[in-house]
Design a protein around this ligand. Sequence first.
Ligand code: ATP
Ligand code: MG
Length: 188
Amino acid sequence: MLKSIGTKKGGWKTVKERRALYIGRFQPYHKGHHAVIREIASEVDEIIICIGSAQRSHEIENPFTAGERYLMISKSLRAEGINNFYIVPILDVNWNAVWVSHVEALIPPVQVVYTNNPLTKRLFKERGYEVRTPMLFNRKSFSGSEVRRRMLCGENWEELVPPAVVEVIREISGVERLRELAKSDKEE
Ligand code: ATP
Ligand code: MG
């Protein structure tokens, strides 16, 4: 895409818009994702955030629906005045060789992909994309698995996610859902 920008001399020049892709499951969206997206949003013109495994929800590893994850991301970014993003939910195809084409069919064109996931990195590189590896922020605590673990154990998970995510999870009784999912119907 081309866009016109004003020059210092008062004229106009046409430059290429830079659009980036960031993919995650966001179960839930946490401060690590938030720090990365904040950085990407300042480096490129627009960021496309794909919610992977969109069809998954109500599982211990994937408790939240795509719509709930959508709310977590959009509310957290808007709260910081970040508006140059589009969110696209992506269903799993369980077929790595066609996955990039599947994603391409659903998103606006992007020039650069940001990911720490080795498989995502490999697949997009093979299709000719520029792939960048963002810094990991406090990965021990800022991880979806750790947030879910703390929710189950009654520990402080709230400090690991942006305030808007705490609100969304409260609104949908997310912790209660996760705890019920963890129960068994077998004899004790
Ligand atoms: P889970 O433990 O459920 O796998 P996760 O924290 O790895 O959750 P994902 O949604 O699987 O989150 O990951 C999306 C992307 O965010 C991946 O590229 C992952 O490497 C990256 N990411 C996860 N945690 C951090 C972090 N603390 N700092 C920077 N990037 C992160
Ligand atoms: Mg992960």
